[in-house]
Write a protein that binds this ligand. Structure first.
Ligand code: HEM
Length: 215
């Protein structure tokens, strides 16, 4: 047993605080985010999760990744539902990844080819975030965009996970049970900080690159 879960939480505390304090997240929490920016976020996340989930699937039999591979976390299909809701059935023609989303996708591709075990850091950063703060963001989005149940917020819904807190505890347990050298654990924490940096860059350039939503 390691204490990788605790190392990740503590080792990314500053990065988490930086992410919470981006203009976009502050706006979101105060109910001031525009529908356009929210749709741009979902569009960028679509490219990120498509890559992340395809790379994790590629490595699902990897001796270490297999222990933490949880397809019930997958977000791609739910993002597709949200993008259909906001942009209509031709949503693929209306979304492009921002430069920051492209950089994020490139990093995932690079890790998959060179050091796939570090994809664990990316899975941790995104999915634990979605299961944590994401659950509050869901309620805020519903309220500011006057959305009905399940409309446009499928991204934050985990139908295959009935108890989010219990799942998070099990996920932490799985992280702690991975057999990893101290050096590799440190590398995973460093990559999780990099994942936060890539997310922060993506939040910062929202609003500059995409087609406005007209529905
Ligand atoms: C306004 C924005 C955010 C809020 C309000 C927020 C809030 C929270 C809260 C309350 C927790 C603790 C939950 C718990 O211990 O069960 C948490 C955990 C977490 N958040 Fe966020 N968060 C935000 C943004 C982000 C972003 C942008 C990311 C990364 C992309 C992120 C990644 C994480 C991760 C990885 C954890 C798990 C920490 C751990 O237990 O190891 N969060 N968040």
């Amino acid at each position: 047993m390691t204490n990788l879960a605790e190392k990740l939480k503590l080792g990314t505390q500053q990065s988490h605080s930086n992410a919470e304090h981006t203009g976009f997240m502050k706006n979101f929490l105060s109910g001031g985010v525009s529908r356009d920016s929210f749709c741009q976020l979902l569009s960028n996340l679509y490219f990120v999760y498509s890559q992340l989930e395809s790379e994790l699937q590629c490595h699902q039999t990897h001796p270490i990744i297999s222990k933490i591979y949880c397809p019930e976390l997958n977000r791609k299909a739910n993002l597709e539902k949200d993008l259909t809701f906001y942009y209509g059935e031709h949503w693929p023609d209306n979304i492009t990844p921002s430069p920051a989303a492209q950089a994020y996708v490139s990093r995932l591709r690079e890790l998959s080819a060179t050091e796939p075990v570090l994809l664990i850091a990316h899975a941790y950063t995104r999915y634990m975030g979605d299961l944590s703060g994401g659950q509050s963001l869901k309620k805020i989005a519903q309220s500011i965009f006057h959305l009905e149940e399940h409309q446009g917020i499928c991204f934050y819904e985990f139908d295959e996970i009935p108890d989010v807190n219990e799942f998070k505890n099990q996920y932490r347990q799985k992280l702690n049970e991975l057999i990893l050298s101290e050096d590799l654990q440190d590398e995973i924490v460093a990559e999780a900080n990099n994942a936060f940096t890539l997310n922060i860059a993506m939040l910062k350039d929202l609003g500059e690159t995409q087609t406005p939503v007209t529905v």
